[in-house]
Design a protein around this ligand. Structure first.
Ligand SMILES: O=C(O)CCC(=O)C(=O)O
Ligand SMILES: [Fe+2]
Length: 194
């Protein structure tokens, strides 16, 4: 596929992901009996999508190497197109690493740090990692939908009550902020907690 063709396909795919993102943001808001635009309003009309192509070659020492070290996504929502056949993604659930199965013709949807903040920790951004194997290569495409401008994000008003106090500061959650924490082996979300 020529680079021009890849650009066109990726552009079309991004538009489809953006409508799916709006659909998911509204559905998450409705599930909490909140006004359906409340996440989108914070998130802004100028939402950004970062696309990351992940390629994991076969590795002769899979028990010694990780494809991606444990991390939470910095997005609000991530839409992951997994490899058609090869598994590798695991997420931490109740202190155990659980494999995420490959389901054909589907997307894996992950909650990111920005949604954890906006929902005041009702929707949690799970720690996840990728393992490699010695036989097969693996390829995935992650679409990170996020707010990325200078505007702050924070827990939405309707979720802060006497019983459920605010857990996160209002913060400018940029990619830079996220990557700095990641490189230093820390979770950006922890730096947002009150
Ligand atoms: O490749 C995968 O299965 C997961 C990728 C991922 O977690 C990421 O790109 O943030
Ligand atoms: Fe991730």
């Amino acid at each position: 596929m020529s680079s021009c063709c890849i650009g066109k396909v990726l552009n079309e795919y991004s538009f489809k992901i953006e409508s799916l993102n709006v659909f998911v943001l509204k559905a998450l808001a409705r599930s909490l009996n909140l006004e359906e635009d409340c996440f989108m309003n914070q998130y802004g009309k100028t939402s950004k999508i970062n696309a990351r192509f992940n390629y994991y070659p076969p590795c002769p020492l899979p028990e010694k190497v990780l494809g991606l070290k444990p991390h939470g996504d910095g997005s609000a929502i991530t839409f992951l197109l997994q490899d058609k056949e090869v598994e590798g993604l695991q997420l931490l659930k109740d202190d155990e690493w659980v494999g995420v199965p490959v389901v054909s013709n589907s997307l894996t949807i992950n909650i990111g740090d920005q949604m954890e903040i906006m929902s005041n920790c009702i929707f949690k951004s799970p720690l996840h990692r990728v393992f490699v194997n010695s036989k097969n290569e693996r390829m995935t495409l992650a679409m990170f939908c996020m707010r990325q401008t200078e505007k702050n994000i924070g827990p939405v008003d309707g979720l802060i009550t006497d019983e459920t106090p605010r857990l996160y500061k209002n913060i400018t959650f940029t990619l830079d902020f996220m990557h700095k924490n990641y490189q230093q082996g820390r979770r950006a979300i922890n730096a947002c907690k009150i």
